[in-house]
Design a protein around this ligand. Sequence first.
Ligand code: INI
Length: 165
Amino acid sequence: MAQTGQPEVLEGGYQVPKSARFAIVASRFNGPIVENLVAGALDAFRRHGVESERITLVRVPGSFETPLVASRLAESEKFDAVVALGVVIRGATSHYDHVVAEVASGCARGALESGVPILFGVLTTETIEQALERAGTKAGNKGFDAALGALEMASLDQVLSDAGY
Ligand code: INI
């Protein structure tokens, strides 16, 4: 028999409660490019009504150190979402692969274990040019995008709670 009715569709938006707080973890390695990502993330939060006082920015040496701090902030229960920002550019050795693997899986694990979203705004590129393109030039700003994701996940959390999940 044909089904009638509509599926239950639940989704977040970019408007979050005035109490929502966000953390950004930004690495110093490839600093000038990371700063463009930080500026993009702050811009996204500001444009959606999140005042500076509700944002905590923590700097770490490199992307490899990001998951430890992002997980700690997520577990603190003080933030609705954490945004991880960094730039990993492939070099002549396999160092890149180790850093990328750890930062990606570490952020994913930190989010799953804490129950708080950790948005992955870490660029992983072959060249500096590719990184620059994604940090506020011709391919947008992945810091801005990651902050939008943080807003949406914070909003979705409320939607899911309201729906009883
Ligand atoms: N860290 C980065 O954030 N990006 C890189 O491109 C990078 N490379 O290529 O070496 C990098 N290395 C440092 C690493 O994140 C750690 O800080 C370091 O290994 C000390 O633990």
